[in-house]
Design a protein. Structure first.
Length: 127
């Protein structure tokens, strides 16, 4: 099980954040995947996209294949805003994922919690 993330816990959020002190959800995914020896491409930030809220769903070209369920190192896509896939995290194994939300801090949570399990839109491997 991957555990090289503890130094990131409690780091803060900023739009377009790519570390080392603040992250947005994709910036955190890039950092975690880099630590897992996987390359994740840069995506446009919400500021670059203007009013297009479905940022992550529109960038699925960076994803190699959809998985049937979570596996360590998979990107999990979430529909936090109804009709839009705008959030992501990385599966850590043991049913957990690491992520950050606006006005939040980096945290690890269970994928099967009542809040998250109902808004998961899929698990993907990075190309």
């Amino acid at each position: 099980m991957f555990t090289d993330y503890r130094d990131l816990l409690k780091k803060g959020f900023s739009h377009g954040g790519r570390g080392p002190e603040t992250f947005d959800c994709w910036g955190l995914c890039i950092e975690i995947l880099k630590r897992m020896k996987k390359n994740a491409p840069e995506l446009p930030t919400p500021d670059d996209m203007g009013e297009r809220h479905d940022l992550i769903a529109q960038q699925k070209s960076f994803l190699a294949e959809e998985l049937n369920g979570p596996e360590e190192g998979a990107v999990v896509l979430l529909q936090v805003i109804p009709k839009y896939i705008t959030h992501c995290g990385v599966c850590l194994g043991d049913g957990r994922f690491i992520h950050i939300l606006a006005q939040s801090r980096v945290t690890v949570e269970r994928l099967n919690s009542p809040w998250w399990r109902d808004i998961i839109q899929g698990y993907y491997r990075i190309k």
